[in-house]
Ligand binder design. Structure first.
Ligand SMILES: NC(=O)C1=CN([C@@H]2O[C@H](COP(=O)(O)OP(=O)(O)OC[C@H]3O[C@@H](n4cnc5c(N)ncnc54)[C@H](OP(=O)(O)O)[C@@H]3O)[C@@H](O)[C@H]2O)C=CC1
Ligand SMILES: O=C(O)[C@@H]1CCC=N1
Length: 333
């Protein structure tokens, strides 16, 4: 664990407030990426002028401090990056020190965390220095919490003057950030973010996977398709492996075969440029086993069920910012 260091102008500090499953996944990806960049310095420079190299992660409990330290410390390389893992009592000092603040807490915690005593000073722009350099960037990955929600908390609840508001960004990554295979959607805003901020955001999220920019009205659907989607595909993978086990394949082999087959199908679409429907047809020999299996899936309504799950999770996601959804799946069905 490295101690805080004097930063050069090309080094930014990023604080992750609430470094749980997602915070660990995102920091794992970024730390690995910084290490790879340092290992291949001859590559053409495509990075923004200043990169996040100093990281502060906060969590509530001492047990989580140990968990985050053991997950991330092996990825911190001296001369490349530094990391401090602190308890939530240090949220304000972490924000004070940071250029970029990633909100990785649960959606219902955002209000209390951003209005903690001392947070106003920690977030206030220092007008005695260069404004552009000192305006902090808050990136929220919290499901259902919109940019206007965050700005209202900062302006109305915390009392920050409008011209002192940090730059607020909503992004939706997924847990595959950990292996740098996230699908992250960044919420576009009007007026657009400054180019330098877009460049920095793109760099951050490109280090952990693919990045798309979409308007705010689609962010809940993106949360469902990309973030919850990891769990949806995991369930399908598990179901396919179960079928294999039922037909005699050992569990470990079945899990590996299901996962690699899913990866292969995804690769044919993403890298091979194949449309999913054409891919499905190419595998379906007339009178063969694939069409037999596919028709069972259609008769059982799998297509409709999967699409309905994406629609349902979109609705639930939209309710998470206002204190949480009650009776998930209850009143809407
Ligand atoms: N899980 C996912 O796949 C995805 C989640 N998201 C969003 O990401 C956010 C985080 O989700 P996830 O990582 O699953 O949640 P976790 O529960 O894994 O992580 C939340 C973290 O917040 C910490 N925490 C609690 N209170 C405080 C506090 N006052 N100050 C600082 N830290 C605190 C917790 O610490 P402790 O462990 O000590 O309680 C924990 O480490 C959510 O808003 C969710 O909507 C977005 C995309 C995908
Ligand atoms: O289920 C949830 O609420 C979180 C947000 C997106 C993925 N997991």
């Amino acid at each position: 664990m490295a101690a805080p260091e004097v930063k050069s102008s090309s080094e930014l500090t990023m604080a992750v407030l609430g470094c749980g499953t997602m915070g660990i996944s995102i920091l794992s990806g970024i730390l690995s990426s910084l290490d790879s960049l340092a290992a291949s310095p001859s590559e053409p420079p495509t990075s923004p002028p200043a990169l996040p190299r100093h990281f502060i992660a906060t969590v509530r409990s001492p047990a989580s401090v140990s968990k985050v330290e053991s997950a991330l410390s092996p990825l911190v390389k001296p001369a490349v990056s530094t990391l401090r893992v602190l308890q939530s009592t240090s949220n304000v000092s972490a924000v004070s020190e940071a250029d970029i603040i990633l909100l990785g807490c649960k959606p219902y915690m955002v209000g209390s965390l951003l209005t903690a005593s001392g947070m106003k000073d920690a977030l206030t722009v220092n007008h005695t220095t260069d404004h552009a350099r000192k305006q902090k960037i808050i990136i929220s990955i919290c499901a259902g919490v919109t940019v206007p929600d965050l700005e209202a908390i900062l302006r109305d609840d915390l009392g920050l003057p409008a011209n002192d508001l940090p730059i607020v960004v909503r992004a939706m990554p997924n847990t595959a950030s950990k292996i740098r295979e996230s699908m992250t959607v960044i919420n576009t805003v009007d007026p657009p973010l400054p180019d330098s901020v877009t460049e920095l955001l793109t760099w951050i999220f490109k280090q952990i996977g693919e990045v798309s920019f979409l308007p705010p009205n689609l962010m809940d659907a993106c949360t469902s398709l990309c973030a919850s989607g990891t769990a949806f595909f995991a369930l399908m993978m598990e179901a396919a492996a179960d079928g294999g086990v039922a037909m005699g394949i050992p569990r470990a082999e079945a899990n590996k075969m299901a996962a690699q087959t899913m990866r292969g199908a995804a690769g044919l679409v993403l890298e091979g440029g194949e449309h999913p429907a054409i891919l499905r047809e190419k595998v379906s020999t007339p009178g063969g086993c694939t069409i037999g299996g596919l028709l069972v899936l259609e008769e059982e309504g799998v297509r409709g069920a999967v699409a309905k799950a994406v629609r349902e999770a979109t609705v639930v996601a939209s309710l998470l910012g206002g204190g949480g959804a009650k009776n998930v799946n209850g009143p809407r069905r």
